[in-house]
Design a protein around this ligand. Structure first.
Ligand code: ASP
Length: 341
């Protein structure tokens, strides 16, 4: 090799090393729902409250990862913070069904083993994400629904609450408004463009479903999603969040994914598994694969967003709505939180 060629090669190696050294490695990414979230509809106090709880959730999960705990532990602890906060449509703060009940859905998946657990339509479990994990780890099933799932959680020793625990005035008012506007349609608790097209007014700019993907020190990914579903939902409606492959999926070979948005579109497009498949079978990056899957949702008339984290620590947080509560933390503990576009 001539001297000139050698120096060019040397420069290329140096440049590559420098670029990879600069690339951030993330260990956790979260969302608190996507929808019509506009700065003009937000008070400074509310905005500060959202940022504070998203930050607290990231710090909580990060502490687990730093202590050498599993990504499953990190996802569960992080989602507890979001489920226990009434700002989000999960756990305390869940939206109401048409009948005026709170029916919660959640799922968790282990990227190392491809084991998964989910609960749907539960009414007494304080932290549905823990019930999803218990289904995964303590039962031979993947998904339990309704009264059976509530009973299973009780027998598994999880905290059981009176259904009244989930009642909040804001969500109750949201239901009354939705019934008044259109008693036949379910709406995203955060409102959406498509709801407007269907003639449903954006009666509520707050929301949403919560999700988390984490990468632990052993290199294992885990993903989880927890939600109250959609305001005014009927007939035992189940959304995408607890459906493995639709709203939640995780594989160490590809990525962990958690979705938020109009669930029916995410189910019909099997969004989370599609992202994983595009990465596994087509060799796409987590960013490219997520964009393709979300664009398809948008083309079909659905809206929302998603978060994804691959095993190398790359993240993406795309959404086709006005905003998405979201955040991520790097391996060295740097927190990033955003709300708007
Ligand atoms: N995806 C959820 C559902 O359809 C709703 C949301 O993300 O806000 O149940």
């Amino acid at each position: 090799m001539k001297i000139f060629e050698r120096s060019v090669l040397f420069l290329i190696v140096l440049f590559t090393l420098n670029v990879s050294a600069q690339q951030k490695k993330y260990v956790m990414v979260i969302h608190g729902g996507a929808g019509t979230i506009l700065k003009k509809n937000m008070t400074p106090e509310k905005e500060a409250a959202y940022i504070a709880v998203l930050t607290q959730a990231l710090q909580t999960g990060y502490a687990q990862i730093k202590a050498g705990k599993s990504s499953l532990d990190a996802v569960e602890a992080t989602i507890h913070v979001l489920e226990n906060d009434p700002h989000f449509n999960a756990g305390k703060g869940a939206v109401f069904t048409h009948e005026g009940k709170n029916e919660l859905d959640a799922a968790m998946m282990d990227g190392k083993t491809l084991m998964a657990g989910a609960v749907a339509g539960v009414t007494t479990i304080k932290n549905p994400i823990s019930a999803a994990r218990a289904v995964m780890e303590k039962s031979e099933h993947v998904m339990l629904v309704g009264a059976g799932a509530d009973l299973f959680a009780k027998e598994a020793g999880l905290e059981i609450v009176d259904p009244k625990y989930f009642w909040t005035k804001e969500r109750w008012d949201g239901l009354q408004q939705a019934i008044k506007e259109d008693s036949t349609k379910a709406v995203l608790d955060h409102g959406s463009k498509k709801s407007e097209l269907l003639g449903i007014k954006n009666h509520d700019y707050k929301f949403g479903t919560v999700g988390c993907v984490a990468l632990d020190k052993a290199g294992n990914l885990a993903a989880g999603t927890s939600t109250g579903g959609m305001t005014n939902k009927k007939y035992g409606r189940v959304g995408d969040a607890p459906i493995i492959g639709a709203g939640t999926y995780c594989n160490n070979e590809t990525a962990g994914i958690s979705c938020t948005g109009w669930g029916e579109f995410y189910i019909r497009n099997v969004v989370a598994k599609t992202i994983s498949d595009l990465m596994e079978y087509k060799g796409l990056s987590v960013i490219e694969a997520s964009k393709i899957a979300l664009d398809k949702v948008g083309k079909m008339g659905g809206d929302g967003g998603l978060i994804a984290l691959d095993r190398k620590g790359n993240i993406t947080m795309p959404f086709n709505t006005e905003g998405m509560y979201r955040g991520a933390i790097t391996a060295d503990g740097k927190i990033e939180v955003s709300i708007y576009k």
